[in-house]
Design a protein around this ligand. Structure first.
Ligand code: HEC
Ligand code: HEC
Ligand code: HEC
Ligand code: HEC
Ligand code: HEC
Length: 385
């Protein structure tokens, strides 16, 4: 990708009674040309056809032109690069299971996702698996809340061992895929919590670390299903004065072919939460790579919000203090902004409240007559300073 450095030196002296120093702004652009040509739609017959104004003709007709607009550096103010670029993240099962339900958090409703799935059997051998593609808004399988909390059973301490820290592993089972939470502490009030909730499972294993030796810890486990129905166990005691190991030994090598029975996406009715379910006939480990694509539309990676186009973009080149303060709104009846002057977000003044962005009929692209009492246009309750 080309990189362009634009260095701009502006010497500005304002007649508001202040003198300002030279402002040197260095802007680093990842790509100076817009990804799409603005002219294709915003000028000539095409604009008319699309019901848009011919901005180029309008700019041509202006006696005072903003040089960067003339040079067609439109994206400097209108496009935020990286605003909607894609992301990739990974999820994996903590140990081998027959059923995994992964919560795919914070997805955009209308983008097309690709989830690469890797599956390994108990011996660590990789099983081929297809990738899954979907658009959240088009996921048709929607399931309703079962209104019942998971049943918890077989809660036990699998292991207490001295590694760098003294660590314990608690395991339990649930009758439906749920998250895994352990609360523990030296009293029945617990005080400490370990949560694992990116993947919903039926067999739970949670390691708690940094324990003190020779103590009686209280603990309980909690599991919440994907609908939010939650259940907790009774209080149990964990004794750290002895090491325990109940880890399941490696069973005889099972040579029969492993079958992945289901890989599907679903959502919960009336929500935008998307889940991915993987079911197999033998315990597997699943590794997911979720790929969110960059969103490219007619405006590249996205038309910048108006506050960006009207303040942030301007102060890349012009010193913020070189003119009237912006990003503020009227504090009271002494200041009233005339309705014909544009503001954003319910009254916030921007550079474009007083200056046209593309250029104008007056010097400084002024919307108001900067020579005559322009301050009084808004600061009606004189004296204001
Ligand atoms: C494929 C046609 C197309 C291209 C190319 C295009 N636009 Fe647009 N633009 C539109 C349409 C149509 C709208 C009307 C609103 C909408 O659909 O988003 C619009 C809206 C806008 C608006 C908002 C106007 C308003 O009143 O809110 C701005 C600003 C804008 N475009 C700037 C640009 C810039 C800058 C470029 C070049 C980087 C560009 N456009 C490229 C079609 C296009
Ligand atoms: C200095 C920053 C800046 C540059 C550069 C710039 N614009 Fe704008 N543009 C704005 C702002 C701010 C607005 C909103 C202005 C307003 O409401 O008066 C705007 C408005 C628009 C609109 C909405 C219609 C209109 O006239 O209000 C379109 C379309 C547009 N610009 C296209 C372009 C195109 C095409 C270019 C490149 C030739 C360009 N702009 C260059 C800041 C800029
Ligand atoms: C890429 C740098 C750049 C950005 C971004 C930019 N400007 Fe400018 N601006 C310039 C340059 C260079 C000049 C001086 C040459 C000219 O008159 O166009 C200028 C001139 C001006 C002037 C006229 C000054 C004079 O002496 O006549 C005003 C007013 C102005 N800009 C306002 C804005 C506003 C408002 C924005 C944001 C919507 C903005 N500029 C964004 C580079 C920039
Ligand atoms: C409340 C109205 C108002 C707002 C808001 C405003 N300006 Fe100005 N701006 C003025 C006035 C008045 C002048 C001085 C004109 C003169 O010198 O006679 C001016 C002058 C300028 C000049 C040209 C003077 C010079 O230094 O050469 C630039 C560039 C400029 N403003 C940019 C901006 C930018 C960028 C913003 C937003 C950060 C902004 N203005 C916000 C009113 C405003
Ligand atoms: C478009 C309307 C508008 C115009 C024109 C305008 N102001 Fe303001 N000004 C505001 C608003 C809104 C505030 C926010 C605080 C308030 O309500 O007074 C403000 C605040 C101020 C402040 C206090 C800044 C702060 O940080 O609280 C000063 C100083 C000021 N203006 C000076 C001027 C001068 C000098 C002029 C004429 C060159 C002028 N203003 C023209 C709208 C305007």
């Amino acid at each position: 990708m080309r990189r362009h450095i634009l260095t701009l030196i502006l010497c500005t002296a304002v007649s508001m009674g202040f003198l300002f120093w030279a402002n040197i702004a260095t802007i680093s652009l990842s790509n100076a040309k817009p990804p799409s040509n603005c002219k294709d739609c915003h000028s000539g017959a095409k604009a008319v056809e699309m019901g848009l104004e011919d901005v180029y003709a309008k700019i041509d007709s202006l006696p005072f032109k903003h040089s960067i607009v003339e040079e067609e550096k439109c994206d400097l103010c209108h496009i935020i690069r990286g605003f909607k670029t894609g992301r990739t993240w990974e999820l994996s099962s903590p140990d081998a299971q027959k059923e995994h339900v992964f919560f795919l958090k914070d997805l955009s409703w209308d983008r097309k996702y690709k989830v690469d799935l890797r599956i390994k059997d108990n011996s660590g051998k990789e099983i081929p698996a297809e990738s899954v593609q979907f658009i959240p808004s088009q996921v048709s399988l929607a399931i309703s809340n079962d209104q019942s909390a998971p049943l918890l059973k077989n809660v036990e301490v699998e292991e207490v061992r001295q590694k760098i820290f003294l660590e314990a592993v608690i395991r339990w089972e649930t009758d439906e895929p749920s998250n895994s939470v352990v609360e523990y502490g030296l009293t029945p009030q617990y005080g400490q919590t370990v949560i694992s909730e990116k993947v919903f499972l039926k067999r739970h294993k949670v390691a708690i670390s940094g324990l003190k030796g020779g103590k009686q810890y209280h603990y309980r486990v909690l599991s919440r299903d994907i609908f939010g129905n939650i259940n907790s166990s009774d209080d149990f005691i964990l004794n750290t004065s002895e090491q325990i190991s109940k880890e399941e030994g490696v069973r005889g090598i099972d040579k029969s072919q492993l079958v992945v029975k289901e890989v599907s996406t679903f959502k919960i009715k009336e929500t935008k939460d998307i889940y991915l379910k993987v079911v197999s006939d033998k315990p597997i480990r699943a590794y997911l790579t979720v790929n969110e694509p960059a969103e490219i539309d007619k405006h590249g990676f996205g038309l910048a919000p108006s506050r960006f186009s009207r303040i942030d973009a301007c102060v890349r080149c012009h010193a913020q203090g070189a003119s009237h303060p912006v990003g503020i709104m009227s504090k009271g009846p002494k200041t009233k902004i005339p309705a014909e002057l544009p503001t954003v977000e319910g009254g916030i003044i921007t550079c474009v409240t007083c200056h046209y962005a593309h250029g104008g009929n007056k010097r400084y692209f002024a919307r108001l007559d900067f020579q005559r009492d322009m301050c009084m246009a808004c600061h009606t309750g004189a004296p204001f300073i």
